[in-house]
Write a protein that binds this ligand. Sequence first.
Ligand code: HEM
Length: 504
Amino acid sequence: MEIWETVVGLMWYSSKFVFSAILVLFACYCIYIRHIHQKFDHIPGPPRPSFLLGHLPIIVQELRKNTVLHDKLLEWAEKYGPVYRINGLHHVTIVTVDPEATKEVLMSPKYPKDPTVYKRLFTLFGQRFLGNGLVTVADHDLWYKQRRIMDPAFSSSYLRGLMGIFNEKADRLMVKLAEMADKQTPAHMHGLVNCVTLDVITKVAFGVDLDMVNNNNLPFPNAIELCLKGMIYYIRDPMYKFFPWNRGFIRNIKEAVKLLRRTGRAWINERKKAMESGEDVPKDILTQILKSAEENKFDDDSQELMLDNFVTFFIAGQETTANQLAFAVMELGRHPEIMERLKAEVDEVLGKRQEILYEDLGKLTYLSQVLKETLRLYPVAPGTSRWVADDMVIDGIKIPGGFTAVFDTYVTSRMDRFFKDPLKFDPERFAPDAPKPYFCYYPFALGPRSCLGQAFSQMEAKVVMAKLLQRFDYSLAPGQPLDIEDIGTLRPRSGVICRMKQRD
Ligand code: HEM
């Protein structure tokens, strides 16, 4: 009995001790948060709804309302000025639209990608996801090593050789659209261009012919969408995973990640075998991915890194271009006069010729302007962030080191401070003689960590758009919402439903 009493007594004291220790730790944490507030509160910013969580409740609320978070950031930029502060626990984020700060930070290799965002994407709900792939890797040396190896697959001479594939895959869509026009079936343009860009990336990057345009029961588009949706819940709502009712969705997200990595493993092994048996393989992205692993003698880490990059290119190389194309189709549907001018340009450059040549792309200057203006109003990958360790002065405000700097081209593109009548879709802003926007338009990011696939994606987009306009008249089906869905990347919510008609 005495022993039992001693044990209970000890448990009582130890639990009291643990409880007191937790209280002390919590109090210390609160003091630390207070200190952070004092350090940064001279910077303007929206009122904090919670001492502990800072502005996180507002962000979670926006997420639940299914709105575009960047609209909130825009509202705050208009209200609080070119530099403002957002708090989340002890973490401080500075959002700035100041062109000089944008130039200084994004153009310099001195500021790494912000680990609080990019390191989180190493996994998705515990499942290895983008890991140390090219988009998410924060360590400069590891990034540089990978980028150097990947560069040849994006050189202009290599891209020139891809015109055949761009043409072939876009032609498949045109055949499909012609059938839909004949049968007067409405065309779900976002879904269709998504299939084309998936066909292109799998062929160009991995040497695999999926023919998604005619085979739309493959699981990849759905898996990519799940991963993207998973990413925003994972990053913007730290509590999401703790609610039991989200478990089913999280399970689906993890399965989607597993599917992409399993596919990568299978395709990589196939290519490895082909290389080992001396077959002639293309110098494509998959070959470069294998090369980077070879440098590390195919150890376990490098095997995983190969899959990180496989998933990175599978997602980054496809969805963004499809969204841009869908927004362009939507805006042309809303502006028949711009569509007519574009058709005239396409007719002049291509006539009735089906095969688009590399040389034609440079002549489609108005189409370039339309694609640029599309990315101004709809920058499909709107923001990027960097870690700033040292003190910095932005727009006259001294900011102590140790914060995340966020740059958002959606916000700058919609401010009349930078673009007159910003909500007007006006390709003339990008006319050859118009002044170039000064560090306030960067849909492909800027500097060393800017998009590797920029030229690739715009060649692909031009081929698809030119063929579409060469062959079809179309109008937007009435009654569909024309707003934006924010699933981390931006896409048209309605899917852009069109009525197609073949041109004479
Ligand atoms: C309209 C199409 C596209 C847009 C708007 C776009 C936009 C971007 C942006 C904003 C970034 C920087 C991301 C960040 O800072 O977190 C980025 C990075 C990247 N993109 Fe794209 N992208 C597009 C298409 C593509 C395509 C087609 C590929 C590949 C075939 C690609 C591959 C990459 C890679 C590898 C990076 C990481 C570069 C690095 O850090 O070295 N992108 N892209």
